[in-house]
Write a protein that binds this ligand. Structure first.
Ligand code: PMV
Length: 343
């Protein structure tokens, strides 16, 4: 009888254009609002995870970027339990194998926890690899969601919506593809790494404080996001870059306004981030039309959405204004990334 089974999966990061910020259920990770992101191609920024189970493993173990961590992380355990629960239901794995311990080994090829969606790629990869190991059928985005909310969107390629859902058990809170990566295949993303440092306040703690203290977050959730979700989806279907870019930048700005409206405030963007935002508006003004959009997650790094034809111009402007040698802590790498569907 087989005693060791092993699977390796690669999963990309996703960059939200309508941001998820705030939970209505902390344990199941149910969001207050829906969100939309682009999934990057797996040949650039991604996580790679190998999982295995064996009758010979004496305990569950996990290594992240080469360092062994304890297996006590509640979200990790929730994901593994949910995969095993579904595997038991679907019956492709023997009851004996379901009892075996697992070994998990995951590496990221980009800065961890610097607001670069590392947990999204990491949990999407973990859940995709475990689901393959346990031969699960059906949508697995609602399992990935229980690792890190935004991870559910990395399960699919192209542009992806995380439907907030309204059930208390979370069964309707999952990711769906809006369009695949071929639909708008001229789309590119440039990541400008402002700092590789770990962010001050992680997204979990940050969201909790925002939900508890920000009035603006309430208005955002009830009155702003629903229309933006509908409008940006239409812009994506129509390949209407100007509308897509306007909504993307406005939503990033409102997310950071919510962060500042949080008490004590959450300051994720740095002076350099603001300088990048100024530069993007200036580039668009000088071009006479909108050719590039910025968006910032819970960290200072900038993600730029633009069409392939404008990559040389925008990269030249960025490199001119922010020469890489300017400051030891401030440097940029422009990585043109195609939106892709790999999982
Ligand atoms: O999934 P988390 O807990 O890492 O939260 C991600 C939150 C943002 O990146 C700021 C926005 C988003 O929708 O990805």
């Amino acid at each position: 009888m087989e005693t060791l089974r092993m699977v390796t999966v690669v999963a990309p990061v996703n960059i939200a254009v309508i941001k998820y910020w705030g939970k209505r259920d902390e344990n199941l990770i149910l969001p207050l609002n829906g969100s939309i992101s682009g999934t990057l191609s797996t040949n650039q920024m991604c996580a790679k995870t190998t999982v295995s189970f064996s009758r010979n493993f004496t305990r569950n173990r996990i290594w992240l970027n080469g360092v062994e961590e304890t297996f006590e992380n509640r979200r990790l355990i929730n994901c593994l339990n949910e995969v095993r629960r579904r595997a038991k239901e679907q019956g492709k794995i023997s009851p004996e194998e379901l009892e075996y311990n697992v070994h998990i080994c995951s590496v990221n090829n980009f800065p961890t926890a610097a607001g670069l969606a590392s947990s999204a790629a990491g949990y999407a990869c973990l859940v995709a690899s475990l689901s393959k190991l346990y031969q699960l059928d059906g949508d697995i985005s609602s399992i990935a969601r229980q690792g890190s909310g935004s991870a559910c969107r990395s399960i699919y390629g192209g542009f992806v919506e995380w439907i907030a859902g309204d059930k208390n058990d979370g069964t309707d809170s999952c990711a769906v593809q809006v369009v695949d990566s071929n639909h708008w295949n001229e789309m590119r993303v440039l990541i400008l790494v402002v700092s590789e440092n770990k962010k001050k306040t992680g997204s979990t703690a940050g969201m909790q404080t925002s939900v508890a203290t920000s009035e603006l977050l309430k208005t955002r959730v009830s009155q702003v996001v629903p229309k933006r979700l509908a409008d940006i989806k239409q812009a994506i279907y129509n390949k209407d870059f100007k509308t897509f870019a306007d909504i993307t930048m406005q939503d990033s700005n409102q997310f950071h306004a919510v962060c500042l409206d949080t008490y004590p405030p959450l300051v994720y963007m740095s002076e350099v981030s603001h300088a990048i935002s100024d530069l993007i508006h200036q580039i668009n003004e000088e071009a006479g039309k909108t050719i590039v959009a910025y968006t910032f997650d819970a960290g200072p790094n900038a993600c730029l959405y633009l069409l392939e034809e404008h990559v040389p111009l925008v990269l030249a402007a960025v490199n001119h204004v922010f020469p890489t040698t300017q400051n030891a802590d401030t440097y940029f790498t422009g990585i043109p990334v195609t939106l892709d569907s790999q999982l």
